[in-house]
Ligand binder design. Structure first.
Ligand SMILES: [Zn+2]
Length: 260
């Protein structure tokens, strides 16, 4: 979510703060190991399950190896000390990805901020897979791109994982407002947290529609295209990259979409 500011595509490798989690934190092994405070053992197991499903599915969908990653499930009282790329802590309750530690880490709050919406059973796994998809993309150097494309990619990827592993999304999608009063390209930079959530939810609807129309193969195409891109991606180039990834009819279909 934090990445709706566009920072995800230019995250510096060298962080300004690399604090360790409190020593009392325990470690759950897995493809993405999870460190957690002892009292959050159950939540940590749930998150590890999502990470195991997500890393396997994304590696398969993208035809790419899983990046070396860890996850940190952070207690509310420890939030300000969590590793991050910037001096100031992120607002409480917002998951993020950071390369300020080695291996890079997904930092997940004890509780998602109330701004996360809709509150269904799909919300947490989708949020975890969204951050995981950022981590896959940022495993290689990526140039800057418009916010809508930088956030569309992880939203579509998280929906693709949900389809694969059988997390039902119908109720979640039904509760999303399909007409928030802007299009994904029309919103240069989401203002408040509420608008960012509407923006992300519109991207989720758009991602689900894209998967229905074209299947999941375009995801590997767009990841590879973004890894190959060398110059900053502007608006026209972003549309071209996505249309090419979709294949024949892609551009016309994009132009026909109300979200776009
Ligand atoms: Zn994001």
């Amino acid at each position: 979510m934090e990445h709706a500011t566009g920072s995800a595509v230019e995250t510096p490798r060298q962080g300004v703060s690399t604090p360790e989690p409190p020593p009392a934190y325990r470690r759950l092994d897995g493809p993405v190991p999870v460190r957690h405070p002892p009292r959050l053992e159950d939540e940590a197991r749930r998150v590890r399950g999502y990470l195991t499903q997500g890393s396997g599915a994304l590696a398969d969908i993208l035809g790419a190896e899983s990046p070396g990653l860890s996850a940190l499930l952070v207690a509310d009282e420890d939030w300000d000390g969590a590793p991050r790329d910037h001096e100031r802590p992120y607002p409480p309750g917002l998951p993020y990805f950071t390369r300020s530690v080695e291996p890079p880490a997904l930092v997940l709050p004890e509780r998602l901020s109330p701004v996360f919406w809709p509150r269904t059973g799909a919300l947490l796994p989708l949020a975890v897979w969204h951050e995981l998809a950022h981590a896959f993309l940022l495993d290689r150097e990526v140039v800057r791109m418009p916010v809508w494309l930088g956030e569309f990619v992880p939203q579509a990827a998280s929906a693709a994982v949900a389809r694969r592993v059988g997390v039902p999304m119908e109720e979640h999608l039904r509760r999303v407002d399909p007409n928030p009063g802007f299009t994904v390209r029309g919103l240069a930079s989401p203002a408040g947290a509420g608008e960012q959530m509407k923006f992300q939810n519109l991207l989720l609807l758009f991602g689900v529609a894209t998967l229905r129309e074209f299947g999941e193969g375009f995801l590997g195409q767009i990841f590879r295209a973004l890894w190959d891109e060398r110059a900053v991606v502007g608006g026209a180039r972003a549309e071209e990259l996505l249309a090419d990834a979709l294949g024949p009819g892609g551009r016309e279909w994009l132009r026909s979409r109300p979200e776009f």
